[in-house]
Design a protein around this ligand. Structure first.
Ligand code: ATP
Ligand code: LTN
Length: 332
């Protein structure tokens, strides 16, 4: 690999990507490939921190891999792989866990949220999830991590873990920086615009999936919760409209002033339809490419096998050094 900064990011195969995943994270991954060395990963080991049906998990993992390719991740430019294929992540995770405090993990808001939502299964993986995420990143000594704003706290923890390791064992890990988009870092639910749009929302109308067809997308936007003012403008308290404007802006490239003048004097009905159409048109090529790729299982297998081989080679070098640093005896 050439001497450029290294990007690492991951996405969970807990279902089809939402428009939130796309605008907040995945969409930004594509242009980064031209400027940086990029490593992207479908994090199936993270997904099992909440109960998964094994058959669906396998299908969702393969679909997520194909979807990343359909969104423009190019296996010639980047390393794209499935997390469970690369054992160094779990190995490093154990060592990092021994350098992470119980108190730090207890403060993670995602743990607090998810342990409430899955009160019948507050397993230790859910608690130590951020340690595995730190391992994903540090196994490659990544410089930058493109994520949505909800992952910022996990990233700060990864930096703290790296820093503590460096203090104990001598400078080794790069401290990773978050890379968060200015617009769309938190796309909100269409039904409750104070909550983030999430794959695991029970209300299908709250979430646009990037494989939804045009009619479905338009229908969901028509039902989006707004306010009673009938004025398309970005202002505090107009959570629903602010969210639709953010979405419209990120798929059309128009800024908020342009959007306000485009819809001045028009009702929310016109605006919602325009947002729905713009999103559907933007996503159409991804749907087509996904259909093409997922029909070619042999090609997908070749891609994820080669991706894993490259990731193993890269991370093994780093994790072997970590083993030596903590005092494990060399095997060879
Ligand atoms: P779940 O609902 O199962 O927790 P999720 O939809 O949050 O899943 P992840 O796989 O955890 O999805 O996230 C993948 C990436 O998408 C992360 O970088 C995350 O920050 C980003 N992301 C997720 N939801 C949104 C959102 N609503 N707006 C912007 N970015 C988001
Ligand atoms: N925790 C992230 C997914 C994730 C990730 C990573 C993101 C796992 N490992 C490493 C960036 C870098 C999430 O839930 N979105």
């Amino acid at each position: 690999m050439e001497d450029k900064k290294l990007i690492f990011s991951g996405i969970q195969p807990t279902g089809t990507f939402t428009l939130g995943n796309y605008i907040g994270a995945v969409r930004n991954w594509k242009p980064l490939q031209d400027e940086y060395n990029c490593i992207y990963c479908v994090v199936d080991m993270h997904a099992i921190t909440v109960r998964q049906d094994p058959i669906k998990l396998r299908q969702n993992t393969l679909n997520s891999y194909a979807l990343l390719m359909a969104c423009g991740i190019d296996v010639e430019k980047s390393i794209l792989f499935i997390q469970s294929h690369v054992k160094t992540h779990a190995e490093l995770s154990w060592i990092l866990g021994c350098n992470t405090q119980f108190g730090e993990l207890s403060r993670m808001t995602q743990f607090k949220d998810k342990s409430q939502r899955h009160a019948d299964d507050v397993n230790s993986g859910l608690f130590t999830y951020p340690v595995l995420m730190a391992a994903d990143i540090l196994a490659y000594n990544a410089d930058l991590v493109p994520v949505g704003v909800d992952q910022k706290q996990h990233l700060e923890l990864a930096r703290n873990i790296a820093q503590r390791f460096n203090q104990r064992y001598g400078d080794f890990f790069t401290l990773p920086e978050p890379y968060i988009a200015e617009i769309g870092a938190k796309v909100m639910s269409l039904q409750d615009p104070t909550k983030k749009m999430s794959k695991s929302d029970d209300n299908p109308n709250a979430v646009i999936l990037i494989l939804d067809d045009k009619d479905t997308i338009i229908r969901k936007f028509k039902r989006a919760v707004t306010d009673s003012e009938a004025e398309v403008c970005y202002r505090d308290g107009k959570d629903g409209i602010n969210n639709l404007m953010t979405i419209y802006s990120s798929v059309t490239g128009k800024n908020f002033a342009e959007i306000e003048s485009e819809f001045s004097g028009k009702g929310y009905g016109d605006f919602k339809l325009a947002v729905g159409e713009a999103v559907a048109d933007h996503l159409e090529p991804i749907r087509t490419e996904f259909a093409r790729l997922s029909a070619d299982k042999a090609y997908l297998k070749k891609c994820y096998t080669e991706g894993a081989e490259k990731a193993i080679r890269y991370s093994q070098r780093i994790v072997s050094k970590v083993y030596r640093k903590v005092g494990f005896v060399d095997k060879t």
